[in-house]
Design a protein around this ligand. Structure first.
Ligand code: AMP
Length: 585
């Protein structure tokens, strides 16, 4: 499939035609000075002339801000354009240009689908504690004030490339990606998801950038306003256009020029570089802590890909987290289209350092073709699925079970569960937290290789423990908990999780829905007293599974559902990533 990728800025149109099957770029170029005498429609007309020997199957548009509404690539219609325009409040320089490009493209290429791919979408599932600003919640909610994050297409792409390079599944990796270019951002990617990122409601927050200041005390803004020398636009310019490397060095936004001046002894240029590096290092430390560990740090963007000295400054002295930079390797790295991933650490380094050439256009082309394929190939399919509400429960390994119940004890069958081979046991345990205890929590059989205690958010607050939301079976680095049984108590260092909502599926069902193991889908509960869409639902496919969606008691309460509710599935996804399942409560 051949995709035209369009990136419209306030005065330029960048374009590429990409053959998605092999990622080959067939045509590429940039048209400058668009928006004045040259209209976006003129510019897109010229792009089409350039690409005239290729049959364009669809157009993928980069859109900077998708707000809270757009969580994945979306087929463009008039309503979508209106919503993108509504997000322009947070990206006044970018979204209007994106919309102008979309409108012009739809006029000149009216017979193919147009898809919007959002910079914010990859971050749309950040946990609430990562995206919330600590201000009055009513104001945040009313004004849509929260952290959205950007560069998502780049972070998602380099994370995929890192997993391929390391030959490990993305959903087992904790990655820190630093996109360091004129715009710069850091992203904590836990098991394939962005769980935090340094840019916020706008692309101003976070790292030091070419002309943007990054993190700054909001008090600075008020203090400058009070001087009377600045109005809002003046401050906007000061912090977005005159700050960062340019503002501190007084020389340039371009790192190469700042590095040259620093080497020649310019103190402000040196400070600009030190600030840039120090901020990046702080985010690596913060995100390693946020994820409870890290498997690889990725550097990308113009600076990350091309400046060995900046990479060395940023990645040195991280031995304490297990990252051992290899200075020679780092300085020898030369990325190209054919060699777009390189290792910058020693082989023994537990945490890998990777330098990856980003490719946002390819990612946009892939997401566009994926969505178009689904729309062309899939008809809405409906199928009833049962939804089960899981109460808190405990899975034990043999060692813990014997400590709590005795060397000769065996689990006592109480009743079968819906998934074949699984059963509830007569045995129960008490959970002891720092704040409270929960008694009589049932053990589920059979015994497993790892302990796993699944509770709801409400239980967490009651017990006084922060438990991460995890897929079943993924207990490494989860929360500690003390279990009390007939023979005493056992304190586990890890094992306590809030189970991620999921659907068990037999391979036959998966085939019917066009889904695969580990796909993520959305589930809409409709027809009950409170309609609700659950995002981030994991699909788990196994020959021993029976079709059933599992949610916890908090989730069921939120949708006012009962045990035994039924649902129906409707597919609208891209490459399984965003299949939408409509479940009737
Ligand atoms: P981007 O916005 O990703 O194109 O990145 C632009 C930034 O990358 C600018 O600050 C450039 O100075 C920097 N950059 C590009 N090439 C090099 C290089 N060879 N050495 C140092 N910095 C570079």
């Amino acid at each position: 499939m051949q995709i035209l990728v369009i990136n419209c800025g306030s005065s330029s149109v960048k374009y590429q035609v990409i053959e998605v099957s092999d990622g080959k770029v067939l045509v590429s170029g940039t048209l400058e000075n668009v928006g004045g005498n040259v209209t976006y429609e003129n510019a897109l007309g010229r792009v089409l002339e350039e690409a005239s020997e290729y049959k364009i199957d669809a157009v993928g548009h980069r859109v900077v801000h998708g707000g809270a509404y757009f969580t994945h690539a979306t087929l463009i219609d008039d309503d979508v354009i209106n919503r993108i325009e509504a997000c322009a409040r947070f990206a006044p320089l970018h979204n209007p240009a994106n919309v102008a490009g979309i409108k012009a493209s739809r006029l000149v290429l009216s017979n193919v689908p147009h898809v919007a791919v959002f910079d914010t979408a990859f971050h749309s599932r950040m946990p609430e504690h990562a995206y919330t600003y600590a201000i009055d919640s009513d104001i945040s909610e009313r004004e849509g004030i929260r952290r959205y994050g950007f560069h998502g297409t780049s972070h998602a792409y380099v994370a995929q490339q890192a997993a391929e390079f390391l030959e490990r599944p993305l959903d087992e990796l904790r990655l820190i990606s630093l996109h360091l270019g004129n715009g710069a951002s850091a992203c904590a990617i836990e098991f394939g998801h962005s769980v935090d990122t340094s840019m916020g409601m706008t692309p101003l927050e976070g790292l030091v950038m070419g002309t943007r200041c990054g993190d700054i005390d909001a008090g600075v803004v008020m203090s400058l306003l009070r001087t009377g020398e600045y109005d809002v636009d003046g401050l906007d310019r000061l912090l977005n256009k005159e700050a960062g490397l340019k503002g501190v060095s007084g020389i340039s936004h371009d790192l190469r020029e700042v590095e040259e001046a620093a080497a020649a002894g310019n103190e402000r240029a040196r400070l600009a570089i030190q600030l840039f590096v120090y901020r990046a290092r702080k985010y690596i430390g913060a995100y390693a802590a946020a994820m409870g560990g890290v498997d690889a740090v990725i550097l990308t963007g113009g600076i990350g890909e091309n400046s060995p000295s900046m990479r060395q400054r940023i990645l040195q002295r991280f031995d304490f987290i297990g990252l051992k930079l290899d200075e020679q390797r780092n300085s020898d790295i030369r990325l190209s289209t054919n060699s777009h991933v390189a290792l910058a650490c020693r082989d023994i380094s537990k945490v890998k350092a990777l330098v990856i050439k980003t490719n946002e256009e390819l990612m946009i082309a892939r997401q566009t073709s994926g969505l178009v394929r689904q729309i062309n190939g899939q008809h809405l399919q409906a199928k009833s699925i049962p939804i089960a509400v899981s109460g808190r429960h405990i899975h034990l390994n043999e060692e813990t079970f014997r400590k709590l119940f005795g060397a000769d004890a065996t689990l006592t069958h109480y009743k079968d569960l819906s998934q074949p081979g699984q059963y509830a046991c007569v045995e129960k345990l008490n959970l002891i937290g720092p704040r409270n205890r929960i008694d009589n929590v049932r053990i589920l059989g059979p015994l497993r290789s790892n302990n796993q205690i699944e509770i709801s958010r409400t239980d967490e607050f009651f017990l006084g423990i922060d438990a991460p939301v995890r897929d079943s079976g993924r207990t490494e680095g989860s929360a500690p908990i003390t279990l009390e049984g007939p023979l005493g108590s056992v304190s586990l260092n890890e094992g306590l999780i809030c189970a991620r909502r999921h659907i068990h599926m037999h391979p036959d069902d998966a085939e019917r829905f066009g889904l695969q193991d580990k796909d993520e889908v959305e589930v809409a509960i409709t027809g009950g007293p409170r309609d609700l869409i659950f995002g981030d639902v994991l699909v788990r496919v196994h020959p021993q599974f029976r079709l059933e969606m599992h949610i916890d008691t908090d989730e069921a309460n939120a949708a006012e559902m009962d045990q035994g509710s039924d649902g129906s599935l409707i597919y609208t996804g891209i490459e399984g990533m965003s299949a939408r399942i409509r479940a009737k409560g």
